[in-house]
Design a protein around this ligand. Structure first.
Ligand code: ZN
Length: 194
């Protein structure tokens, strides 16, 4: 059940491991411009919306800087935890909107109580999925990967339903699929806050 995912900090550890893996791969690839070595230049983060006991690893987003004098190009790897520059965790932006859809949608007040998010922010996320996400080049190119097409009106609930497994595996797979949207280094993010 998705509610457990949003309240149990141990479920979030799986996402730390995936991000570590994504960051290691990105660093090993070196600088995209000059093939120089990439050093850690991480961003401090204060993510909102997760369980109170979230691990300290969530207070950093991996990012790298080329060590070549005169290049210093930054590379921020894709992430399953941070959806762009939003202060709320990607899992929260996804699941809050999923829980608002379907046959028995959650009330806004219930989501507010669980996640500490304002009705205005919830509405903004909903608009992002409905209006902005479905216009991204990423979505237009990637939606055809699904055997059964996902209707734009069904996003993000219908999108999540296309991934198999227990709730945590399903959500991790969906966030990984969405990860090209999580960094400008990939050239696909429409900057948005929070
Ligand atoms: Zn470089």
């Amino acid at each position: 059940m998705y509610t457990t995912l949003l309240t149990d900090a141990t479920r979030f550890d799986a996402l730390i491991a995936i991000d570590l893996d994504l960051a290691t791969t990105a660093q090993a690839g070196g600088c995209r411009l000059c093939a120089g070595r990439l050093d850690h230049a991480d961003y401090p983060r204060k993510p909102r919306g997760g369980p109170a006991t979230l691990r300290a690893a969530y207070e950093r987003r991996a990012s790298f800087c080329c060590d070549e004098e005169g290049c210093r190009t930054r590379l921020t790897p894709v992430s399953v935890r941070f959806l762009g520059r939003r202060v709320y965790l990607g899992v929260v932006v996804l699941l809050a909107c999923v829980l608002r859809q379907g046959p028995t949608p959650w009330r806004v007040s219930r989501l507010q109580a669980l996640l500490g998010v304002s009705a205005r922010t919830l509405a903004r996320w909903h608009r992002w999925w409905r209006d902005d996400f479905v216009q991204t080049a990423f979505w237009r190119a990637a939606r055809s990967q699904f055997a059964r097409p996902v209707d734009a009106d069904e996003v993000p609930r219908g999108l999540l339903a296309r991934f198999d497994g227990e709730a945590v595996e399903q959500v991790a797979a969906a966030l990984r699929w969405l990860s090209p949207l999580t960094t400008t280094s990939a050239g696909t993010l429409r900057e948005a806050r929070p």
